[in-house]
Design a protein around this ligand. Sequence first.
Ligand code: GLU
Length: 563
Amino acid sequence: MCGIIGYIGVEKASPILLNGLRQLEYRGYDSCGMACLDKDIEVRKGVGKINEVNNSFSFEEINGKMGIAHTRWATHGGVTQKNSHPHISNNGKIAVVHNGIIENYQEKRDELKEKNFEFISETDTEVIPNLIQYFMDKGGDFVDSCKKALTELDGNFAILAIHRDEDVIIASRKGSPLVIGIGENGFFAASDIPAFLDHTKQIVYLYDEDFVVMGKTLSFYNLKEGPVFRQTHTVDWDVEQAKKGDFEHFMLKEISEQVETVKKAIQQEKAIVENICDEIRRAKGIFFVACGSSYHACLSSSYVFSKISGIHVNVVLGSEFPNYTHFLNKDSLIIAVSQSGETADVLEAVKEAKKKGSKIISIVNVMGSSLTHHSDEFLLLNAGPEICVLSTKTYTAQLGLLTLIAYSLAENYEEGKKKLEFLWNVIYYLTSANTRNKIKELSEKLRYVDHLFTIGRGLQYPTAMEAALKIKEVSYIHAEAFAGGELKHGTLALIENGTPCIVFVAEDNEKEILSNAMEIKSRGGYIIGIGPKNNEIFDTFIKVPEANSMNPIIHLAKSVTVK
Ligand code: GLU
């Protein structure tokens, strides 16, 4: 993943691009760079975070009213100055930034080398400007040569390209996100809306293989279909929502926002939710398909669907879905869940299911994302921009919305909604400075451990899985989740004196999970209990009131360990 942004208009481009890059830094931060066109193309790029690179040579000194910029998370080639973007064609006239992976880059690189092209980086990206140059050398104009080059590339990309002698930016996407912004003083293209939210809320969402020529006007093409019309939408995201405000970092801000976001996720049109429930009832074979945290939200909700609505769903990881496609037909229903709506494995799964005539419903946070284009129906999470790579507020928003659907399936829409709305005061308490301080204290104790376990039973099991994922992602501590009853089948052997174990407790399985915790304690484990009641087994206790089928929402609505 990485972030790209382009601007063309009447203002100086570099400050706009720099500001946009900072908003995209969550997508990648090993190196960054910028290219603007004034009389010639000027490129500055380097290794490090945006502020570090900007301190060595100020991006804002670059002149020009159009330009492109990139913040990298390397996939091909080490983290070096040469490998950072923008990449330039051999004749020095074309600059490209790229998010994604060009799968056939080696083949293209070899072909171009045979035609005397030289490569200075190890990246897959460098073939793009050179392939464009190759078609231009053969007599093509810039726009057509870009189209030809992109058609030859396999894999996924969002690219921005400029040429020394042209007053346009080319923006195109296939499988990687890219949105267009229409401002009063120019046009924008970026991996994510917050990158230009300071300038405009007028957005054009692009479809796969769309190709945009951004100049004095915007022209939309699709590499397969030719000229296309793309509608302009107004986003209701607030500029402030995409800023850190007084918070130390976005994760903390987004954790705190859950007071509002769980409420917003369940503000849906009742008729639409009921319509979706009818589809679920009609279906013969329901699949929740998701990756990462969204997968855990699905797993958790499969328990709620079973408990509240008596409906069985299969929960499948996007990347594992190819093993299940032979079960699909026109009566199957796929419920695809993804924050961004751009998760590649989920999109692949959905495309396969569509080929079999199955119905697709998706739950996403980003309006206009690819998943919304591929779905028969979709529900929006309404959680606002999630800038932190770790999902927090969108995880609980997904749980809230899926729980509302489960209640609605059981003909209890209003009751479910009321119960979910009532959670806000629990979340308020759990995300307050008071609880945060307590968790900070605990994290001081845990920060130097190498391993940590999390356990839960029933609904608390997916919660334990999500907690372990969060701890791994943010603290780089090895954390592993187990269903309470599973530890004894081998893993108990790993518990040593002081090994921390987070135990998620709920009233309906209190006795059983405490007995599992006892097994860990007897081997010297350090027990952190999370649940409604303290117990002498716990070395540390965090009180979370009992909320039955809504436990997963509040059990994870708190801060996670920070190293
Ligand atoms: N594949 C490109 C590189 O490694 C782009 C990376 C990305 O999308 O994060 O430079």
